[in-house]
Design a protein around this ligand. Structure first.
Ligand SMILES: *[C@@H]1O[C@H](CO)[C@@H](O)[C@H](O)[C@H]1NC(C)=O
Ligand SMILES: *[C@@H]1O[C@H](CO)[C@@H](O)[C@H](O)[C@H]1NC(C)=O
Ligand SMILES: *[C@@H]1O[C@H](CO)[C@@H](O)[C@H](O)[C@H]1NC(C)=O
Ligand SMILES: *[C@@H]1O[C@H](CO)[C@@H](O)[C@H](O)[C@H]1NC(C)=O
Length: 296
């Protein structure tokens, strides 16, 4: 075998083992929602975890909160520049960056899904504005985090968002798409999920909104949500300094979930902005938990 062949073989083997190592263990970390000058570099990243930064948020609105018919602009912390994303990804080949769509509010204005007057125009505007963001910011995917819906919501959410993800994936602009339902928004997300499951990779279900405080109740909530969204795609989640289960009870909950026969394929944490103050305790320990269980 020639030297070139050996080098090729070596690279293929390395690439393959990297894939195997990362297989199924994902970390989802929201970052940049509060406006504090948070940096990617502050966050601990284990090489064997498929680590996703979720930039919060890209919003279909101008700076006064007026909707722009599908034209998304970035409103995450200004420290998270295109160069910062590129630098983090080159330091850590296991890092991916996603833009999360919408979120709860922009400054004082609460955001909501709305039925676009022309759905196909909305999709086309969303596609081209997100294409620009994906290329500028070196993004790998989008997360869908609409948190309010009009009372007369027809199926425009499922259709517009499902077609948008399909198009972004079809044009190979993104490789990952996730959704972030919570307890009062499950219905429109179930509709989206049932119709477009094939293009949705993970469900960042916001368990902290289910108000479960004990590991046993957390397990129950987890089981309930996997019945709605599929057990391979639902990720357990934790809100730092937030609602729901707090402290090491979260890791007891993860253990109970595993003991119940689920594979804990990953976890979501909201958010890096809050974790800076506790030295990223939950990010570190969650990744260790996932790696401890990576042979299962
Ligand atoms: C949803 O409502 C909007 C605005 O009223 C309308 O243009 C659209 O066609 C409706 N979509 C469906 C799928 O009914
Ligand atoms: C994109 O869609 C076209 C037409 O349906 C299909 O032939 C092609 O395989 C798709 N490409 C990807 C990357 O999904
Ligand atoms: C799980 O679902 C059952 C059946 O609908 C319900 O009674 C229970 O309250 C749910 N538990 C949690 C923690 O969501
Ligand atoms: C990982 O496993 C070791 C050895 O079993 C254990 O001491 C440690 O607490 C575990 N860490 C986590 C985060 O589960």
């Amino acid at each position: 075998m020639s030297r070139l062949h050996l080098v090729l073989l070596f690279n293929i083997t390395l690439g393959l083992s990297f894939q195997l190592l990362c297989d199924g263990k994902v970390m989802m970390e929201y970052i940049g929602a509060t406006g504090i000058p948070v940096q990617f570099d502050d966050v601990p990243i284990e090489t064997a975890i498929d680590f996703h930064f979720i930039l919060s948020f890209a919003i279909d609105a101008d700076s006064s909160g007026n909707t722009q018919n599908g034209i998304f602009s970035p409103y995450w912390a200004t420290t998270l520049t295109p160069d910062a994303v590129a630098a983090t990804k080159s330091r850590h080949p296991n890092v991916k960056a996603l833009a999360s769509l919408s979120g709860w509010s922009l400054a004082d204005k609460t955001l909501s899904w709305y039925n676009p007057p022309d759905e196909n125009l909305w999709i086309s505007n969303a596609f081209s504005s997100l294409k620009t963001l994906v290329l500028n910011y070196h993004l790998d995917g989008i997360d869908v985090d609409y948190e309010r819906f009009p009372k007369n919501s027809n199926d425009s959410f499922a259709y517009c968002i499902g077609e948008l993800i399909t198009l972004l994936k079809n044009q190979s602009l993104i490789s990952v798409a996730t959704i972030a339902p919570f307890h009062t928004t499950v219905d429109p997300y179930i509709e989206l999920y049932e119709r477009y499951e094939d293009v949705i990779d993970y469900v960042n279900y916001q368990f902290y909104t289910d108000k479960v405080k004990s590991p046993e109740r957390y397990l129950e909530a987890f089981k309930n949500r996997t019945l709605q969204f599929g057990k391979e795609k639902v990720l357990p989640s934790y809100e730092v300094n937030g609602r729901g289960i707090q402290g090491d009870g979260f890791f007891e909950a993860l253990r109970l979930i595993e003991d119940d026969g689920f594979d804990v394929n990953g976890a979501m944490i909201f958010s890096a902005d809050a974790s800076a103050s506790d030295g990223f305790y939950f990010e570190t320990k969650t990744q260790h938990f996932l790696l401890n269980n990576s042979t299962s």
